[in-house]
Ligand binder design. Structure first.
Ligand SMILES: [Zn+2]
Length: 123
């Protein structure tokens, strides 16, 4: 989580929304990706820290399945990022640990929780 917080600080210094994410391998020690938000820098609306971490880790591993990984992020992922994290870790879902949960906009526990919606998690 400390690494994710540092990335969030770096993102803030770049004028980004301060969110950092670290994706850790199933061994609990190997960092597969450490990213910060880059939506403004890249002028890309999907360059959220969490999606960048999932993408970077998949590229590093040479596959899109991220079974047993853990995503540490400074803010609970939005529904878009949470859905992608869940899909990448299915069927042995990985874990997500957030520094701060969001009641309204959170994709894991908030009112927009996609992982509780069967229509978003099957098929
Ligand atoms: Zn997001």
């Amino acid at each position: 989580m400390r690494m994710a917080l540092l990335r969030a600080e770096q993102a803030a210094e770049q004028g980004e929304i301060p969110v950092g994410a670290v994706l850790v391998a199933p061994d609990g020690a190997t960092v597969l990706a450490c990213t910060g938000n880059l939506t403004h820098t890249r002028r890309n609306p999907v360059a959220h820290a969490e999606l960048l971490a999932v993408s970077e880790a998949a590229e590093r591993l040479g596959g899109w399945r991220l079974l047993g990984t853990t995503l540490y992020c400074t803010l609970e992922p939005c529904p878009m990022c949470e859905r992608q994290r869940w899909a990448s870790a299915f069927p042995a879902a990985g874990a997500g640990i957030a520094g701060r949960w969001r009641e309204v906009a959170g994709g894991a526990s908030g009112r927009c929780a996609v992982v509780r919606e069967a229509r978003f998690t099957t098929g």
